[in-house]
Design a protein around this ligand. Structure first.
Ligand SMILES: C[S@@+](CC[C@H](N)C(=O)[O-])C[C@H]1O[C@@H](n2cnc3c(N)ncnc32)[C@H](O)[C@@H]1O
Length: 289
């Protein structure tokens, strides 16, 4: 764990313990919200958006919540020597299951951009000068996959001047439902290499509802075999689903934890508005189990 790097990054990402968006993601979010129609949509449609008005509601209500929770959950890992050594390959492959508009992928990408911004101040930087990121996006909604691709390419377009260290290499979209898409995910891994970070960010509820816990747990156990040694699997969910998280983590032989996080509210109605959320996460490396 690199303390200097961590301290500098915390100062930028969560000054005084309050998470805030960097300039690129703030612009990206505003830009996408402004282009989507504003209409009243149901609570369920806000959570699982399938058209432009539902996506607008999701971006307003859930985007930053899930985004900061993914960053907070991965912060220690992504500033650890395990991760910095993994970057020496010059490649990073992210598998984002139930990606929605690429929330977890963007959280990881912007955290990596922040690492690159500060690494010059850190002694013995072990990594390559540039890292090419490949995104493997999985969602059953074609609309979400399209949004995810647009969000990622706009992110790189908006951050062109700053992100000298990270390069958008490739995006592969998989629309077949998890876990029945396992053969497709195996094929992608055979062609591109193992997945370095695999995320299930707010995705286990529909997976559990569709096929039940046993299928979901078996799916996660199969995915573990496609993960890079010293890579990580992240499962993220709100506190109301803690019993499901506990049952899933027990079934896959690991454990889940509660976390509390305070963040600025985006889009903001007043500049000082903050909100605190409790959520559950499970982050592990399959080879350590
Ligand atoms: C609550 S959204 C989470 C989006 C994003 N990961 C986040 O953290 O904000 C859940 C997503 O999972 C997708 N989904 C539902 N069932 C799925 C399945 N069997 N395989 C892949 N994605 C699925 C939905 O279409 C939806 O976009």
């Amino acid at each position: 764990m690199n303390r200097t790097l961590q301290n500098r990054m915390r100062k930028e990402l969560c000054p005084d313990g309050i998470w805030q968006l960097g300039a690129t993601v703030k612009t990206l979010l505003k830009y996408h919200i402004a282009r989507l129609p504003k209409r009243k949509v149901s609570e369920d449609a806000t959570r699982y958006p399938k058209n432009p008005a539902e996506m607008r509601a999701f971006l307003v209500k859930f985007f930053t919540r899930h985004y900061f929770q993914a960053q907070n959950s991965l912060f220690d890992y992504m500033t650890s020597n395990d991760f910095l050594n993994l970057l020496t390959s010059g490649r990073l492959r992210i598998l984002d299951i139930g990606c929605g508009p690429a929330v977890a992928s963007l959280a990881i990408t912007d955290l990596l951009a922040c690492i690159f911004e500060h690494h010059k101040d850190v002694d013995n930087w072990p990594t390559a000068e540039t890292v090419k990121i490949t995104y493997i996006l999985n969602d059953t909604s074609g609309y979400c996959l399209g949004s995810a691709q647009r969000m990622l390419s706009d992110y790189f377009a908006f951050s062109k001047k700053h992100n000298r260290g990270i390069v958008h290499s490739q995006t592969i979209s998989v629309q077949k439902a998890f876990p029945s898409n396992i053969n497709q995910l195996r094929r992608v891994k055979r062609n591109l290499g193992t997945y370095d970070i695999i995320t299930f960010s707010y995705a286990i509820v529909p997976l559990d509802e569709d096929n039940g816990l046993i299928d979901l747990a078996n799916g996660v156990l199969n995915i573990e075999k496609l993960c890079t040694p010293n890579g990580r699997i992240l499962v993220l969910q709100d506190k109301f689903k803690a019993p499901l998280m506990r049952r899933l983590s027990r079934a896959i032989g690991t454990s889940s934890h509660h976390e509390e996080l305070t963040q600025h509210v985006y889009p903001s109605r007043n500049t000082n508005e903050t909100q605190t959320y409790t959520y559950c996460h499970c982050l592990y490396t399959p080879t350590d189990k």
